[in-house]
Design a protein around this ligand. Structure first.
Ligand SMILES: Nc1ncnc2c1ncn2[C@@H]1O[C@H](COP(=O)(O)OP(=O)(O)O)[C@@H](O)[C@H]1O
Ligand SMILES: [Mg+2]
Length: 213
């Protein structure tokens, strides 16, 4: 059976797409999955992370592919034959490429920061996924501690009929510093709150895709 293809998409830049892909890739691997990542963003931050990872000596069998957007469907299909999970990082504001990446996915993960502007800016991505008939899971990212506004926004999103992950990622500098060294928070600080958040989210996503853990 081919592996699951997960596309991380969000037209708003800086929402946390690359952060999510890199952290989930390592977390799925730590759950014993064979993982491949695909970077179709011309900014190539995921590829730079992967290079930093290799330079840091973390040659751990994580397959990485940097390709042009139009090759996405074929590459995702190819990698899904030999991996359990294929994670796709997509570019912001690139309608065609993002659409191809969304179409290739079993599930689209949409990181969103809890502010009204960010939630509004998410609409085109949700619309695109709906028109491609691919289910969406919103992932709240950079969530501040104890904020009533966050809960109000979650209620508003739920009203749109979109699934929201129960697991959220907090606003933690560890996410950025781990990536800088080519790692993930589950490697640099296994007992941190950030690491627990990523592990919980990875497990929630696998459950949602009906793949036994
Ligand atoms: N949960 C988080 N906590 C703190 N910083 C974060 C978090 N998620 C993302 N960031 C930071 O926000 C910026 C944008 O994240 P990035 O993953 O590059 O977004 P995108 O790929 O959507 O453009 C980066 O500097 C990243 O380190
Ligand atoms: Mg990015």
């Amino acid at each position: 059976m081919p592996g699951i293809v997960l596309t991380v998409a969000q037209q708003k830049g800086g929402a946390g797409k690359t952060t999510l892909v890199a952290h989930l890739a390592v977390a799925f691997q730590q759950l014993g999955r064979r993982v491949a990542t695909i970077d179709i963003d011309p900014q190539a931050s995921l590829s730079l992370w992967h290079e930093a990872r290799a330079a840091a000596g973390a040659a751990d069998g994580l397959t990485h592919s940097r390709i042009a957007g139009w090759r996405t469907a074929g590459e995702a299909e190819r990698l899904a034959r030999s991996h359990d999970v294929v994670l796709l990082d997509s570019p912001p504001h690139a309608e065609t490429e993002a659409r191809i990446a969304v179409r290739a996915a079993r599930l689209v993960l949409v990181p969103v920061q809890p502010s009204p502007m960010d939630v509004w800016a998410t609409r085109p991505t949700l619309k695109m996924a709906a028109s491609e008939k691919v289910p969406v899971l919103l992932v709240l990212n950079r969530v501040p501690p104890r904020s009533r506004m966050v809960e109000e926004l979650v209620a508003e999103i739920a009203g749109l009929g979109v699934a929201v992950a129960a697991c959220r990622l907090g606003n933690r500098v560890g996410f950025a510093s781990a990536l800088m060294s080519g790692r993930s928070v589950t490697e640099t600080g296994r007992r941190t709150r950030a690491a627990a958040e990523v592990r919980d989210l990875a497990a929630e996503i696998l459950d949602r895709c009906d793949t036994p853990r």
